[in-house]
Design a binder for this molecule. Structure first.
Ligand SMILES: [Zn+2]
Ligand SMILES: [Zn+2]
Length: 143
């Protein structure tokens, strides 16, 4: 499957021009999973040396409005971004700060909340603090 072609279609479907910059941002996010604005900027330097942080930020925001990109907010970390995908929660390592996606359809939680409270859930983000496999290994070596 060609990701760039998918992103081109996605942008066009949302009435957006598929510019080289937007595609680069999307490919970077796809490759890294989650990335901060600074990280995306850093990754863009070799290919787009003249692209400013502001331009990247503006492009991200435009794509967020179309639900192509999502914001990932994690306590104590700068805002990360990711390519929008359905039904997943985030596992965040307390030791190294790595963010892992875990596929889980949370719609059952949302319907339970709505049924029991009468509220309408408009947005939800589930984050679990973990100690990741790598950090667990490291700490077992030092014992
Ligand atoms: Zn870790
Ligand atoms: Zn994610």
């Amino acid at each position: 499957m060609n990701t760039t072609a998918n992103f081109q279609t996605k942008l066009k479907d949302n009435g957006m021009k598929s510019t080289a910059q937007r595609l680069h941002i999307l490919n970077t996010l796809e490759e890294l999973g989650h990335a901060t604005l600074d990280k995306i900027y850093e990754e863009s330097r070799p290919l787009f040396p003249t692209m400013s942080l502001t331009t990247i930020y503006r492009n991200i925001n435009e794509m967020m409005e179309k639900n192509i990109i999502d914001e990932v907010k994690i306590n104590g970390q700068k805002t990360n971004y990711e390519v929008s995908k359905k039904h997943h929660i985030h596992l965040v390592c307390k030791e190294c700060g790595s963010i892992e996606d875990f596929s889980l359809d949370t719609s059952f939680i949302i319907s339970r909340v709505e049924e029991q409270t009468g509220d309408s859930v408009v947005d939800s983000a589930i984050v679990m603090d973990v100690v990741c496999k790598k950090c667990k290994q490291l700490s077992s070596f030092s014992h």
